[in-house]
Design a protein around this ligand. Structure first.
Ligand SMILES: Nc1ncnc2c1ncn2[C@@H]1O[C@H](COP(=O)(O)OP(=O)(O)OP(=O)(O)O)[C@@H](O)[C@H]1O
Length: 112
């Protein structure tokens, strides 16, 4: 199993959700976040150190998925979230060790 955390532009959320639903993703978590990448956000030099003075609003989409769905999920997010302009975001992928569906006590793939 894999855990995918994608940081996207907020206005792309609906398209990303639709793209993921289309490949069979049944659950996801969305969080409003702030951040900066290489080109957005501004930094300021103060006594020789660089300080971040601006964070841009982003949305974090998190999904737990079966290994077989990983490539399709990445493609779906990329396709939906892409504008080609700076700040389109990033997709982080982690190995996922364990999942429990609390209602039924199912575990692993069956619990996703
Ligand atoms: N290395 C990182 N670690 C954690 N979060 C990051 C990292 N890089 C980017 N992010 C998050 O992703 C958001 C979007 O990043 P962004 O697309 O601006 O990255 P970038 O590397 O500057 O790419 P681009 O050149 O396309 O703008 C950031 O606001 C931040 O929330």
């Amino acid at each position: 199993m894999k855990f995918v955390s994608a940081i996207i532009k907020p206005f792309k959320l609906d398209e990303v959700r639709e793209g993921l639903s289309a490949i069979g993703v049944q659950g996801l978590t969305v969080t409003e976040v702030k951040g900066f990448g290489r080109q957005k956000g501004h930094t300021e030099l103060y006594r020789g150190a660089e300080y971040v003075v601006d964070f841009l609003p982003k949305v974090k989409v998190e999904i737990a998925i079966a290994d077989e769905l990983l490539e399709q999920a990445i493609e779906a997010i990329e396709k939906a979230a892409h504008t080609g302009k700076i700040g389109d975001g990033k997709i982080f992928v982690f190995d996922l060790m364990h999942v429990v569906r609390i209602r039924t006590s199912e575990t692993g793939d069956a619990a996703i």
